[in-house]
Design a protein around this ligand. Structure first.
Ligand SMILES: [Zn+2]
Ligand SMILES: [Zn+2]
Ligand SMILES: [Zn+2]
Length: 189
């Protein structure tokens, strides 16, 4: 997270939150294979995965940076880095039933910025190329599937029903092949 050196106003917030510092360091990794009795509900895990998918929008959005949206997670900085580490504080919050609430709040706030408040982020949504219908899609929407190769986003139903190759990848491959076979100087980038 970058901040201009002249805007030091986040310091006060940081100091009021310092009390949480000791316990908010990620201390444990909860992977599905860890096999112990420690199970974090899938809802929290899904929210964290979504938040990771939202991160690229925020780090390229001036408004989101100015609004310091990612600072929502400053006590849980590891949530912006991966979806596996949990701090002692997180585990306490899971126990108290607070982690889900706090993640849901963050998720709602982030999604609102990307899908409603910010034109720049909205413009980075996807139209399902398989049906070309419906709303603009985002990779963190629950009813979507994302192409693992090119990150294009489709309706989950369209992607599975077609079980074809991703149209965007097909296009990219075609272009690659035609470039290899017959370099065309007129082809623009
Ligand atoms: Zn934005
Ligand atoms: Zn579709
Ligand atoms: Zn693709």
């Amino acid at each position: 997270m970058r901040m201009s050196p002249t805007s030091g106003s986040c310091l006060s917030t940081a100091s009021t939150r310092r009390r949480a510092r000791v316990s908010s360091k990620p201390a444990t990794s909860a992977t599905p294979s860890s096999g112990d009795s420690f199970r974090l509900g899938t809802p929290a895990q899904k929210l964290r995965q979504d938040i990771l998918l939202m991160k690229p929008y925020f780090i390229t959005c001036k408004e989101a940076m100015e609004a310091r949206l990612l600072l929502q997670l400053q006590d849980r900085q590891h949530f912006v880095e991966n979806d596996e580490m949990y701090s002692i504080q997180d585990l306490l919050d899971v126990h108290l039933g607070r982690l889900g609430c706090s993640l849901t709040e963050t998720h709602t706030l982030f999604a609102k910025h990307i899908k409603l408040d910010c034109e720049r982020c909205q413009a980075k949504g996807f139209v399902c190329e398989l049906c070309r219908e419906g709303d603009v899609l985002f990779p963190f929407d629950s009813h979507t599937s994302v192409c693992a190769d090119c990150s294009a986003v489709f309706h989950r139903d369209c992607y599975y029903d077609n079980s074809t190759t991703c149209p965007k990848c097909a296009r990219l491959n075609l272009r690659k092949q035609s470039l290899l076979q017959e370099p065309d100087p007129d082809l623009d980038a």
